[in-house]
Ligand binder design. Structure first.
Ligand SMILES: [Fe+2]
Length: 385
């Protein structure tokens, strides 16, 4: 997160004595990334954050691959993913490679009896349905329909939902998720041409400190396993922190589309970047205004990227037979483009209400068994005239 933020009480000078009101010292923790070169935060804990009591059985959460080498365009019916009570069990990995696991989850219940940490991956949760609060050891972030939640690896969190009807697109990224570099100046500030700015971020707030001892179960995802550790103190015992490494939210509704006289390429929709994939937001916008413009995209060969589009709301102008919750996969190696009829039908249209999230990966995606269960099986023929 390329801005500085702080919550609670911190000492004037880092790495110095920070005394508790009733005697003793708070315990400082450096929470860093990329060795000691990446973004980091310093947090101050009531108890040592290292007090492991027990280590229980680990559960294998690795995706089960059905198609390792895929060249089939696919449509997945995302709302056919069955709701499950538990947040981590509800996650269904669909399209995966060594860089990212993309999946859907329909969790019904809040996390109440454990804490969760993904030690391997930055997580992007896109909230399609539902609202609630992301609770972390660095503060809370209320979320609602249309929010991206970016949770850097290692953040300890719980998630609280307001109702049972929740739908989440998620990406577990084994590379850090950043804002696109070309949107930032050399100090990290978002530039005038960026489609969003720092004011749009939902930063952690309302830091709550729990000074409690007992049994605290933490489920830690690492190397595909969900490890279960019992800690002796409450993981949310931070009295203050500052730095650059923290979770944040951003609403897709705050993404300001960039439009032009003729069709603008996908990078104008870019929202986040990593070394291995990009995330784009397709938002309601005015169409191209050249007198001879064709608002629908041209056919394109994303010859070295797999393209995953998650349809959120509105009519997607270049597709037929697509509805909310659907995922299309257009694999690298073959061209794709607008469906028959949509190219011509787009001419003269003034705007679109489409809302979609795109994830383009630079390495091919494998298709999981979960994905095949919700695959319509005939999408690859949908361009036939
Ligand atoms: Fe495309």
């Amino acid at each position: 997160m390329p801005i500085y933020h702080k919550l609670g009480k911190i000492p004037q000078k880092r790495h110095t004595q920070f005394e508790k009101p009733n005697g003793g010292l708070y315990y400082e923790q450096l929470f860093g990334t990329i060795g000691f070169d990446g973004m980091s935060s310093l947090s101050y804990h009531v108890h040592r954050p290292t007090q492991v009591k027990e280590i229980g059985k680990a559960v294998d959460m690795s995706p089960k691959i059905a198609v390792e080498k895929n060249i089939t365009s696919r449509k997945l019916i995302g709302f056919d993913v069955q709701p499950k009570d538990d947040f981590s069990e509800a996650r269904e990995p669909l399209l995966v490679n060594n860089d990212v696991h993309i999946g859907l989850a329909a969790p019904k219940k809040s996390i109440t009896d454990y804490f969760y940490k993904n030690a391997d991956a930055d997580e992007m949760l896109f909230i399609h349905k539902g609202s609630g609060t992301l609770k972390t050891f660095l503060g809370n972030i209320p979320f609602e329909y249309g929010d991206y939640l970016i949770i850097p690896r290692g953040m300890i969190y719980k998630i609280e939902f307001d109702t049972e009807d929740n739908r989440i697109l998620y990406a577990e990224s084994f590379h850090p998720i950043y804002t696109p570099k070309r949107y930032r100046n050399w100090f990290g500030q978002l530039l005038e041409h960026s489609p969003y700015c720092e004011r749009d971020y939902k930063l952690p707030q309302d830091l709550q400190t729990f000074d409690e001892k007992g049994q605290f179960l933490m489920k830690i995802k690492k190397q595909g396993m969900l490890h279960q550790l019992v800690y002796a103190t409450h993981p949310f015992d931070v009295v203050g922190w500052d730095g650059y490494n923290f979770p944040y939210g951003f609403s897709i509704h705050n993404f300001e589309p960039i439009t032009g006289r003729v069709h603008q390429p996908p990078p104008v929709h870019q929202t986040f970047e990593t070394n291995a994939f990009v995330v784009c937001s397709f938002c309601p916008r005015l169409y191209d205004y050249h007198p001879k413009a064709i608002p629908a995209p041209y056919n394109h060969s994303n010859i070295d990227s797999d393209e995953v589009l998650y349809y959120v709301d509105g009519d997607f102008m270049s597709r037929t037979g697509i509805g909310p919750g659907h995922i299309s996969l257009h694999p690298a190696g073959i061209p794709h483009g607008p469906h028959p009829g949509t190219y011509e039908a787009s001419i003269g249209k003034k705007g679109t209400e489409e809302l979609a999230v795109m994830i383009d990966t630079f390495k091919p995606l494998m298709v999981t068994e979960n994905a095949l269960k919700i695959d319509d099986g005939k999408y690859y023929k949908s361009w036939l005239e």
